[in-house]
Ligand binder design. Structure first.
Ligand SMILES: [Ca+2]
Length: 157
């Protein structure tokens, strides 16, 4: 099993890019964990932090498409690390409060103004994993992203 994992890592890795920790899924230089339990947006973020990760912050069209595609494959709705809690309709990443650099809101989304301030890869109402605003207290699955620069000496590439 370990050998199989190692072979997959070598096969899909770009040279010099480390493999992801067990349980994480790799996309280019990012490692994502798709949760198997649900939580509110804030609880989800806290859970990610317990493992030295953060709620996923898609910065490129490719990263965003990967997250949407993976959520389609599981059929679940996932929280990601984008909200407009601080200022209505100003969508920012949680970790650095930067305005989003990619926009994957489903056409017509976001819809709910101040009652829905957190972004999910939304599987309901035929949104197919594209972004929608949702009430931050809702319980959804969530995607954590490994924080780059955090050393992981036990992980071999
Ligand atoms: Ca809002």
């Amino acid at each position: 099993m370990f050998l199989k994992y190692l072979v997959i890592c070598v096969f899909i890795s770009v040279p010099s890019v480390n493999c992801c920790s067990t349980g994480f899924v790799q996309y280019h230089d990012k490692c994502y964990f798709f949760s198997h339990t649900t939580a509110s947006w804030a609880q989800a973020g806290a859970t990610c932090q317990q493992f030295h990760t953060k709620l996923a912050e898609p910065r490129t069209v490719g990263e965003s498409d990967f997250l949407t595609s993976h959520s389609q494959s599981t059929g679940k709705t996932y929280w990601i690390g984008i909200s407009d809690i601080l200022e209505e309709h100003r969508w920012i990443y949680s970790s650095d409060m930067g305005v989003i650099t990619v926009n994957n809101f489903f056409p017509g989304e976001p819809t709910a103004h101040t009652t829905e301030n957190c972004v999910a890869l939304y599987m309901y109402h035929s949104l197919h994993g594209m972004w929608a605003d949702a009430a931050c207290v809702d319980d959804f699955y969530f995607v954590c992203e490994e924080i780059r620069g955090a050393s992981n000496p036990e992980v071999v590439g």
